[in-house]
Design a protein around this ligand. Structure first.
Ligand code: SF4
Length: 186
């Protein structure tokens, strides 16, 4: 028993193999049995949701559970790197303190109240439509105008080309908005 324990001792293994102590000979059996957290996980390619740089991410998941999110070495944009915000994307999904309900603060109120997403979306739609109705200009100095400058839209970096195309169509052709931009053009 003692002999067996002694032979497993990394120093003995180093002496026996003549290795320099930087390889497997310096590992304990516990260290040898450790596996990476992504071992056996499936991986999906994605893009960091935070900013217009669009760094590539690898999303590891196993049995429907998120395991980790890491930089994608094959991304021509970021070559495996993520800034501190992008490196925290895992917690964006998993942190117990993340907000998962809409918070609404009424005008002049100092309190936030929780609201169902459906109700919040209806309130936004009502306000957009009311503002558009109130501020829409059909003509100016005899010229056709058909626009409102009272509403603006700023798209986020994770919107893809198709979504941006539809946003532009809806808000300019549909609502007459002229102030439309996207964070991803930085
Ligand atoms: S990792 Fe950082 S730099 Fe890259 S897209 Fe995300 S927020 Fe932007």
């Amino acid at each position: 028993m003692f002999k067996q324990l002694l032979s497993q001792w990394p120093l003995m293994q180093q002496i026996r193999t003549g290795a320099d102590g930087t390889g497997p000979e310096s590992m304990s059996s516990r260290t040898r049995s450790l596996r990476p957290k992504n071992d056996g996980a499936e991986v999906a390619r994605s893009v960091c949701p935070y900013c217009g740089v669009g760094c590539g991410q690898l999303v590891y998941h196993k049995e429907g559970k998120l395991i980790s999110i890491e930089g994608d070495p094959e991304s021509p944009i970021s070559r495996g790197h993520l800034c501190p915000k992008g490196a925290d994307t895992y917690e964006l999904h998993t942190h117990p303190g993340r907000l998962s309900k809409v918070k609404y603060r009424a005008p002049y109120s100092s309190r936030w109240q929780e609201m169902e997403l459906e109700q919040a979306m209806s309130m936004v739609a009502d306000r957009v439509w009311e503002t558009r109705d109130r501020t829409f200009q059909e003509t100016r100095e005899g010229e056709t105008l058909m626009q409102t400058t009272a509403i603006a839209h700023l798209g986020g970096a994770t919107l893809d080309n198709e979504e941006n195309y539809l946003i532009k169509k809806l808000f300019s052709a549909g609502l007459g908005m002229v102030c439309i931009s996207n964070q991803a053009r930085i």
